[in-house]
Design a protein around this ligand. Structure first.
Ligand SMILES: [Zn+2]
Ligand SMILES: [Zn+2]
Ligand SMILES: [Zn+2]
Length: 290
């Protein structure tokens, strides 16, 4: 793969709690305990520019491990240039703590965050300390206002409906020199969003979207209700995007898998269904040229 390129690397593809999930011994988690190669880290992306520098999307609780993945693959690259945060849920920002006094003790690392996320970090411990000691420098991210993180990469952040207890939630369009990628790791439902996912998908080359759960049965088997943890079901998203995938202009990958999702098992019947329908499953290490 050419060094002179912008590429996206998948650093995590699990729902916030990862796979295996702490104290869970379901079949998927047990398989992942036994085989570290199939463990999944909390959803995250690296935006790698000319293999010289990179930016991180979401600071997950698995960030320590994700930095090791980056170092192994790109030994000559330093620390990320910036971090872009989608929202304040457990899988998306706690990695910021590694930047503080007890860890890397970074100096003014730019962290792009929405207005509410910024207030949340500035007002609540332990995050306040990162701001006060200037380990991080919180940069504003405004709904529907694109900005450059590099001369070759433009980011368009847009808000999506989600359980916003502490912050707003963003998805991103990441635009490189030749292609555009849509990234939405968390959304409550496609219907509640003011944009049409089909239109959005048509206008990009690659989509990587929320597929936390495969089916309703899966959620009830956990003893939880979808109203408490709303996400579009993978099966419904396939129905919605099938025509676009059939046209072969846009490729659609799923991510943010809950430990109960059958598609995390590469031998499952469900993963065959997904692939037969022309969709694909994000896996740690995958790369996309933009
Ligand atoms: Zn999440
Ligand atoms: Zn489990
Ligand atoms: Zn969330």
């Amino acid at each position: 793969m050419s060094k002179n390129s912008v590429k996206i690397k998948i650093l995590g593809s699990a729902q916030d709690a990862g796979i295996p999930q702490a104290n869970c011994y379901c079949e998927n988690c047990q398989r992942a305990y036994e085989n570290p190669k199939i463990r999944r880290l909390a959803s995250s992306l690296a935006i790698v520019i000319n293999e010289e520098k990179w930016h991180l999307v979401d600071a997950t609780p698995d960030m320590r491990e994700q930095l090791i993945i980056m170092k192994r693959e790109f030994p000559h690259m330093g620390l990320m240039e910036s971090i872009l945060l989608t929202h304040a849920h457990a899988g998306h920002y706690p990695g910021l703590l590694f930047l503080g006094k007890e860890g890397m003790s970074t100096k003014g690392l730019p962290v792009f965050a929405g207005k509410e996320m910024k207030n949340f970090l500035k007002k609540n411990a332990p995050w306040t300390q990162l701001v006060e000691l200037r380990n991080i420098q919180v940069k504003p991210m405004i709904n529907n206002q694109s900005f450059q993180i590099d001369e070759q990469v433009e980011i368009l952040p847009f808000e999506v409906p989600h359980r916003n207890e502490f912050s707003e939630t963003f998805g991103f369009i990441i635009k490189g020199p030749t292609r555009k990628l849509l990234y939405i790791p968390d959304i409550d439902s496609w219907n509640q969003w003011k944009f049409d996912i089909c239109e959005m998908a048509k206008n990009v080359d690659i989509c990587i979207v929320d597929a936390t759960f495969y089916s309703v049965e899966e959620i009830s088997s956990m003893g939880r209700e979808i109203t408490q943890i709303p996400h579009p079901l993978l099966t419904e998203t396939m129905d919605r995007l099938q025509e676009i995938v059939n046209d072969k202009k846009t490729i659609v990958y799923f991510t943010h898998f809950n430990h109960t999702n059958p598609v995390v098992n590469s031998n499952s019947r469900e993963i065959k269904i997904v692939k037969n329908r022309g969709f694909d499953i994000a896996v740690e290490g995958m790369e996309f040229i933009l």
